[in-house]
Design a protein around this ligand. Structure first.
Ligand SMILES: Nc1ncnc2c1ncn2[C@@H]1O[C@H](COP(=O)(O)OP(=O)(O)O)[C@@H](O)[C@H]1O
Ligand SMILES: [Mg+2]
Length: 247
């Protein structure tokens, strides 16, 4: 066993319409690392995350997850190792109760009824919404839906958790709760976001994407506080680090 969680080599991805959204990505992520992915709109953040789910396959290059290449043969195992939280909870919550949504993955892998029950309760407990298990997802607040989506992702006991813009729909209190939850997780974490303050609070390492390429990779503080780099990538310093002028 190596302690590499994800290895991406010379990855290119072209959408069916011919647009090349990823252009030579190289990235090695070690177990337990927390990686932020930042970049302006259209930089390729979501495209890169989707490559890790096997929803789309690389046009060139390869991706290994826990030493297994992502291909049709390994996909079922890799999907157990990766918990993916989509940007929009509605893509993840589609049954009539939170319990059934979180049970969906474990049931799909044909775990026993008792094991499914155990997984669902553990996942809901971990994100702090066990009391919502019989509620209908569409009646919940944005923050509650977000936590439920995370529960569906961790009910398979993954080693890696991937989130696309997790704070986009959250009010400040739900956002703070999410940050604390993410910091309590021991999974390898990958979080793509425009919320640079959240990345600063949750990720030790950050990469910056620009036009489908990694243009910087280093400690989150060094990267997000680099005013020149942020400006070149059409980003701004995290709010907590900006000099304010109240005059
Ligand atoms: N289904 C698609 N077909 C063609 N181009 C796409 C598709 N989805 C995204 N793109 C393009 O790929 C680029 C990267 O998009 P995306 O990964 O969504 O960026 P980000 O998440 O960083 O905002 C953008 O230029 C976008 O227009
Ligand atoms: Mg995106």
């Amino acid at each position: 066993m190596t302690d590499i969680s994800i290895k991406i080599e010379d990855l290119y991805y072209e959408y069916p319409d011919g647009y090349e959204a990823l252009r030579g990505i190289d990235l090695t992520l070690y177990k337990g690392e927390s990686l932020g992915i930042v970049g302006a709109n259209g930089a390729g953040k979501s495209t890169l995350l989707l490559q890790l789910t096997g929803i789309n396959y690389p046009s060139k290059g390869k991706i290994e997850v826990n030493s297994m290449e992502i291909n049709k043969k390994n996909l079922a195992q890799i999907r157990k190792d990766i918990g993916f939280v989509f940007q929009n909870p509605e893509d993840q919550l589609f049954t009539t109760s939170i319990y059934e949504d979180v049970a969906f993955g474990p049931k799909n892998y044909k775990l026993s009824k008792e094991e499914v029950d155990k997984r669902v309760n553990e996942a809901l407990e971990k994100v702090g919404i066990l009391d919502l298990k019989d509620r209908a997802p569409y009646r919940l607040s944005g923050g509650q839906q977000n936590l439920a989506a995370i529960a569906t992702a961790i009910s398979m006991n993954p080693s890696i958790i991937i989130m696309d813009e997790p704070t986009a729909a959250l009010d400040p209190r739900a956002r703070r709760r999410l940050i604390n939850l993410l910091n309590s997780f021991e999974y390898t974490k990958i979080i793509a976001s425009h919320d640079l303050d959240m990345i600063l609070d949750t990720c030790k390492r950050t990469i910056v994407l620009k036009d489908g390429k990694i243009v910087a990779d280093g400690s989150t503080k060094d990267i997000l506080l680099d005013e020149k780099l942020m400006d070149e990538c059409n980003l701004e310093l995290p709010l907590s680090c900006q000099k304010r002028n109240f005059d």
